[in-house]
Ligand binder design. Structure first.
Ligand code: BGC
Length: 272
């Protein structure tokens, strides 16, 4: 893994990361905290995992709280934001990370499988972004904290643009996230709110364990990744810190693929 120098680019900022009890979300929460942010660690299941993330952040000298909410439920999202603001005063960074898969051949997909994935992956980003933007607008600019009114990072996927058989609900939700992100960036740019997305490729987390846990599976997965390694959560944490910080001040409406080249159609390197 590449070396990196710890920096405190988020000192004084307050961040909320949804789905932060495991996988990419847990790492993003820790990375933002290590960069100086106070962090709300959202979870809907596995409270003890969220508390573990909070404990690890505290042990490293940071500050965090666990926040319950099903991001697809309006009343729960609003209650979570009230708790976040009561604890930290305001919010400067929202990371819309919560997401899941309910895979099925399309002709066998139930409406419940379709709706569940759309509700969490897309409606969840709508509900959380709306609350965050309301608070950014209410609070106004605090130049000592950041030169923006606020930042939103949407966790999307390579499957925002790579069609994915057997996962139509997931791919459709991520396609929606891309357009939600760009529309918010356009609509709120004049208010100095930046909205970007991180589009991970195959990152070793529980969501895709079957794709990397045996040597055969990993070998097969690597045929899709020109850079020759499966991603790790730290790859995403570092990108999130940069997008959350003023270092990326002129970047908005951007889709940052962190995928080892998965979106480069590697099959064409020896064909076509
Ligand atoms: C999915 C993973 C998958 C990766 C690359 C992600 O968005 O959640 O299951 O391994 O895309 O295909």
């Amino acid at each position: 893994m590449p070396k990196s120098i710890p920096s405190r680019v988020l000192d004084g900022q307050r961040a909320l990361v949804t789905g932060a009890n495991s996988g990419i979300g847990a790492e993003v929460a820790k990375a933002l905290a290590a960069a100086g942010a106070k962090v709300g660690v959202n979870y809907v299941t596995a409270k003890e995992q969220a508390e573990q993330v909070v404990a690890e952040i505290a042990a490293a000298g940071g500050e965090a709280i666990a926040l319950f909410a099903d991001v697809s439920k309006e009343d729960q999202v609003q209650a979570m934001f009230r708790e976040m603001l009561a604890a930290f005063g305001t919010i400067d960074v929202l990371v819309n990370n919560a997401g899941l898969q309910r895979d099925s051949a399309f002709h066998e997909m139930t409406l419940a499988q379709w709706q569940f994935v759309l509700d969490v992956n897309l409606t969840g980003q709508f509900l959380c972004s709306r609350e965050a933007i309301r608070e950014f607008l209410r609070r106004g600019m605090v130049p000592d904290v950041s030169c923006t009114l606020g930042k939103i990072i949407c966790m999307s996927s390579v499957h925002e643009i790579i069609p994915w058989g057997g996962h139509a609900n997931y791919a459709a939700s991520k396609g929606g996230v891309g357009m939600l992100m760009r529309t918010l960036a356009q609509e709120y740019g004049p208010h100095h709110i930046r909205v970007n997305s991180i589009n991970p490729g195959a990152i070793k987390t529980p969501i895709n364990r079957s794709a990397w846990e045996t040597p055969e599976a990993e070998r097969s997965l690597l045929t899709l990744i020109p850079y020759g390694r499966v991603g790790v959560v730290a790859d995403i944490g570092k990108a999130a810190v940069w997008l959350a910080s003023d270092d990326s001040d002129y970047v908005t409406g951007h889709t940052l693929y962190v995928d080892g080249g998965m979106t480069l159609y590697p099959g064409f390197s020896t064909n076509g």
